[in-house]
Structures are given as structure tokens and as C-alpha cells.
Design a protein around this ligand. Structure first.
Ligand SMILES: [Zn+2]
Ligand SMILES: [Zn+2]
Length: 571
């Protein structure tokens, strides 16, 4: 048995004992494990020679366990510990912010046995039902889960984007004037990212590499080469950099942005036009003459194509559309006039209504809607009828003090299992509008779920169907419903489908956005912020809309306040 295997067993014992709240022993087991790992020579030899007690930190009891382990390949003590607690609990300890105490509380109070369970509990708003767990704790735990998943090679768009922005600004500061860009799936704004690709044009690649690997926050240098390097950052995300010459920068950017499928189509088109395309440039095939290479836009132009925005490069018909100059004019990243789904400290979020309004002002919005949870969502501090009435009054007073950004008095109202909404009609009437959501009973069959949603949509205050499919990235798929029927009902009732921009949601996703638009539906791009700073999440909702071929005219909250008021029947 290898030293590392023996050490691993003792680390596991330490984790279990820690979960059980046993004092001192976990430390002793960890110390023994570390000493076994660092041993000069094989632990088996130490056992054979009867020298185990010479290893620091190994007393009688641990020595006995090492003997049992090496001789039988098993350890009864560990088996017993394993039987007492689910193994997934150990994974919880990998999450920064989750210590053994927290893990045990989560297990005992909510039956959480794995990281997946924990993620589900957060999105079902269950965590804040535990004493001492506020919105900040919840947010910190969620951040921790993201780090664990990034280490496993799956980063959310939001995390990858923020990280890439930091790396780029660091490199730009060190090497001002150099052309550089994000490439790969991140440039296409896919919902999850494997690793970050960065492309730089420089005649001095060595200097770029030196700066790159010495960036603050680097945890590990995976590879350092002349023109290509990879590092892993402390937040678990891998970043790859590639340096090319200025004259092939455009071609390289096109090539490394992908997608693979898009590039295959582009290559075919080039061939059909007597040309050849590579990461170095666009060439005339017969003469090998370089036609262009420094400018990405020029490549598309020389192939008689409209410029195809990176978000569309997925081989989903963009080549045909571009050849016919029929690409949609996509909604732009600064097209939103407001946010129609935000939470405040009145329910399970942090930040006051004024904080939300201030953030909206900072973003140059004309309006923002407060849509806290409705009463049946008790664990998320859903608002009782009285508290909702209070909140509405509060918002009206606020509007008298400051008119812009306009604060809508809304609510995120649960769709009950029979399709009724979670407040009676006379309460809903006091609201400007309602965002309606399924937050429970995800496992209904398709017919029942469709009927439930369609019924809810007939309520005249309902204007937006929030996170329409309920999927959580890396955790659970959509619940079942008939998309076409719901889209029809949405259209006839004037209800918009939401793109919920929360990093784990991005729901609707790109494919469904396109489907919804094809049915003639309107899309609302909302943050579902549980902290005012999260209003900025909408960037990723907009990216998703663009990937779904959405134009500004498809977006409800690209409307100015006046028109939106009319749309909501408030004017
Ligand atoms: Zn919700
Ligand atoms: Zn919400």
C-alpha cells in the first residue's frame, strides 16, 4: 500500500471526526497523515521493521490502524465512521465557507447530503429558514460552490467573465497599446465555460508570458511556453493565453473564438470561393497569396458575409443568414431601460428598496421593480398580505420623494399547484404588476404543469413568467411542460418570458429564447437580484438573448418607462 493511500485514509477519518464535532483527534489524524505523506521510504517497510513508532505523531492506536490497513486492505474503524454519516458530507467541506459545523447543521436541519443537495436548497430558498443563516451567508456559500465547480472544470459564464476581465485589465496595464481579447466559448458567451482563452498580438511574446504567469491570484502554472501558457487561478479557473503576430491577429481571433462547427462551415465556404482560411489568415488557394489576416471583420467581409457577432457562431443558421444579409440586429448590451425582477430585504435579500433604486440610477435605468416573494414562500420570508400592503405604501411614498428611476411595486408571486396565484385578487390589484413563478412541486407531469402555468397566466396582473423552465445549471433540468401551449397563452395574455440572469439560472436558455421569439413571444431580461450589486447580472441575460437571436424589439424592458406603463395598463 502506497504512503499516499494510507495518508488519504487518515485524512478521511479526520474529516468524519470533525463533522461529528470530536475535539483534538482530527488534528492528530491529520498530523499523522501529513507525516506519512512526507515519509522518506515506504510505510510498509516501517511496519515490517517494527519502526512505526519512530514516525512523529504516530502512537499506539494509529500504528495499530496502519497495521490493520496494510495487512487487510481495510479499516473497520473507517467503515464504521462511513456508515454513520453520508459520504457526500465530506464534499461539503471542500466548499470555502462551509466548515464541519455548518455542514452538520445543513445535514440535520435540511437533510443536505451533497453539494448538489445544497445547491438545490439555495435555489428553493430553503437555507434562510435555518436560524443564523441570512442572505449574506447564503451568497457566500453559493460563491464557495462556484469555486468548487470551477476547480472541477465547469465555470459559470459570470465567474469566467469577471475573471477574464481582471486578467485582461492586468495585461493591458502591463503592456499598454497591445491588442488583446477574450476568445473561445467565453467570447461567444456560452452559459458555462471550460477555461478562459486570451489572445494577444505582440512581437515580444516572452514578455507577455512573464507577466501572465506572475499575475496575482495565480495558484499553479500549468504550462509556460514561448507563445502559449496556462495557469490556474485561486478561484479554480484555468486561463490559457496565446500570443500571435499582429498580421494574423484577426484570423487567430476568428479561429480561436470558434465554435468548431461554425469554423467548419466557414472553411467550406472559403473553399467554395477558391480561398483557404486558417488561424494565420485568409488566402487565395491557387497562389497562396494572403488576402487578409489582421482584422477579423475583414475576413467575414471578404467571404461576402455580414459580420457575425461571436454569440451567434454556433452553426445554427448564422452562415446562411449572414450570406443573405439577414442577420437580426441583436439587442445591445446597453439596451435595457430597467429591471423588472429584484428582491429587497423585505423578503430574503440584502439591501433596501432605496439601495435598489440607487443601483438602478447608477446603471442609467429609467425604472426598477421590487418583486419580493409571496406569502406561501415562508422560508424565503415571503410577504404576508399586510406586509405587502405596507411595502406598496412605502414605494408610493418613495416615488413622491424621487420620481426617477421609477420604482414599480411588484411581487414575485408563486404559482400554486392548481394554477391559482399566491395572493387573492384584491391584493394583486394594488400591485403595478406581478412576476409569476413556479417554486414548488417540480415533478408534476407535463399535462398538469402546463395547465398550472397556463391557468396562472390568465391573471390580469401577471406580466412576466419568471425562470420559465426552472432549470439550475449543473443541478437540475427543466420541469416538464408543453412549451408551445405556454407560449401561446403567453402571447394571448400579453405575458413575457423571462431570461433570468442569475448565474446558475440563465433561464430561458439561448435555444428556448429563440424558440419563444419564433412563437412571437416577448422576452424580459431580469437580474433576480438578491443584492443590489447583482443588478449587473443582466449582462449575461442579454448575452443569452443575443445567443437566442433576440432583437431589441423583442425585449420588454428595452421599452422606455412610458411605453412600458402603457403595456402594463398603468396609463
Ligand atoms: Zn423565483
Ligand atoms: Zn426572484
Amino acid at each position: 500500500m502506497e504512503n499516499s493511500e494510507v495518508a488519504r485514509v487518515f485524512y478521511e477519518i479526520a474529516d468524519y471526526l470533525e463533522l461529528q464535532g470530536v475535539p483534538f483527534k482530527p488534528k492528530a489524524y491529520r498530523r499523522a497523515a501529513a507525516n506519512i505523506e512526507g515519509l522518506d521510504g515506504s510505510i510498509e517497510d516501517f511496519l515490517k521493521k517494527g519502526e512505526l513508532n519512530e514516525i512523529p505523531g504516530i502512537g499506539e492506536a494509529i500504528a495499530e490502524k496502519i497495521r490493520e490497513l496494510i495487512e487487510t486492505g481495510k479499516l473497520e474503524y473507517l467503515d464504521k465512521l462511513r456508515a454513520e454519516l453520508p459520504k457526500g458530507l465530506l464534499d461539503l467541506l471542500e466548499i470555502p465557507e462551509v466548515g464541519p459545523k455548518t455542514a452538520m447543521i445543513l445535514y440535520k436541519e435540511l437533510g443536505i447530503k451533497s453539494v448538489d443537495d445544497l445547491k438545490a436548497a439555495i435555489f428553493d430558498h430553503k437555507l434562510q429558514g435555518i436560524k443564523g443563516f441570512g442572505p449574506k451567508t447564503e451568497e457566500k456559500i453559493l460563491q464557495g460552490i462556484r469555486i468548487v465547480e470551477s476547480r472541477a472544470g465547469r465555470s459559470l459564464l459570470n465567474d469566467a467573465y469577471q475573471t477574464a476581465a481582471q486578467v485582461l485589465s492586468y495585461l493591458q496595464e502591463k503592456h499598454p497599446g497591445q491588442m488583446m481579447s477574450i476568445a473561445g466559448s467565453l467570447r461567444r458567451m456560452k452559459e458555462t465555460i471550460g477555461d478562459i482563452d486570451i489572445l494577444v498580438a505582440s512581437e515580444e511574446p516572452g514578455k507577455i508570458m512573464d507577466s501572465f504567469v506572475s499575475i496575482k491570484g495565480a495558484d499553479e502554472i500549468i504550462a509556460k511556453g514561448d507563445t502559449k501558457s496556462s495557469i490556474r487561478l485561486k478561484n479554480g479557473i484555468q486561463v490559457d493565453i496565446r500570443v500571435v503576430s499582429r498580421e494574423s491577429y484577426g484570423a487567430a481571433l476568428q479561429y480561436f473564438t470558434g465554435s468548431k462547427e461554425h469554423n467548419v462551415e466557414l472553411r467550406k465556404l472559403a473553399i467554395s470561393k477558391g480561398m483557404k482560411i486558417s488561424e494565420y489568415g485568409l488566402f487565395e488557394r491557387k497562389t497562396e497569396k494572403k488576402l487578409t489576416g489582421d482584422d477579423e471583420k475583414e475576413i467575414y467581409r471578404m467571404l461576402d458575409l455580414q459580420f457575425i457577432p461571436p454569440e451567434l457562431r454556433e452553426a445554427r443558421g448564422e452562415m446562411d443568414a449572414a450570406a443573405n444579409y439577414r442577420l437580426p440586429e441583436l439587442v445591445a448590451y446597453d439596451d435595457l431601460k430597467g429591471d423588472l425582477h429584484c428582491h429587497s430585504e423585505w423578503s430574503d435579500a440584502s439591501g433596501t428598496i432605496e439601495d435598489l433604486r440607487d443601483k438602478a440610477e447608477e446603471l442609467n435605468y429609467e425604472y426598477v421593480a421590487v418583486t419580493d416573494h409571496s406569502q406561501s414562500l415562508k422560508i424565503a420570508a415571503g410577504l404576508s398580505e399586510e406586509r405587502l400592503a405596507d411595502q406598496v405604501k412605502n414605494i408610493r411614498t418613495l416615488r413622491e420623494q424621487q420620481e426617477r428611476p421609477w420604482v414599480f411595486a411588484g411581487s414575485e408571486v408563486d404559482i400554486l399547484k392548481d394554477g391559482r396565484l399566491d395572493y387573492p385578487k384584491d391584493v394583486l390589484r394594488e400591485l403595478d404588476f406581478a412576476v409569476i413563478s413556479v417554486h414548488s412541486r417540480f415533478k408534476m407531469d407535463e399535462k398538469e404543469m402546463t395547465k398550472r402555468i397556463v391557468t396562472a397566466m390568465s391573471n390580469e396582473k401577471a406580466k412576466i413568467l419568471a425562470h420559465p423552465t426552472g432549470r439550475i445549471i449543473g443541478q437540475r433540468t427543466s420541469y416538464e411542460f408543453d412549451f408551445e401551449k405556454v407560449a401561446e397563452a403567453a402571447k394571448s395574455n400579453g405575458i413575457a418570458f423571462e431570461i433570468n440572469s442569475f448565474p446558475e439560472r440563465l433561464d430561458l436558455n439561448d435555444i428556448n429564447v429563440r424558440k419563444a421569439i419564433d412563437y412571437g413571444s416577448t422576452i424580459a431580461i431580469n437580474s433576480d437580484a438578491h443584492d443590489p450589486s447583482q443588478l449587473e447580472y443582466t449582462r449575461f441575460g442579454i448575452a443569452t438573448a443575443r445567443r437566442g437571436w433576440a432583437r431589441r424589439s423583442d425585449i420588454l424592458n428595452a421599452l422606455p418607462l412610458d411605453e412600458l406603463m402603457k403595456r402594463f395598463g398603468l396609463k
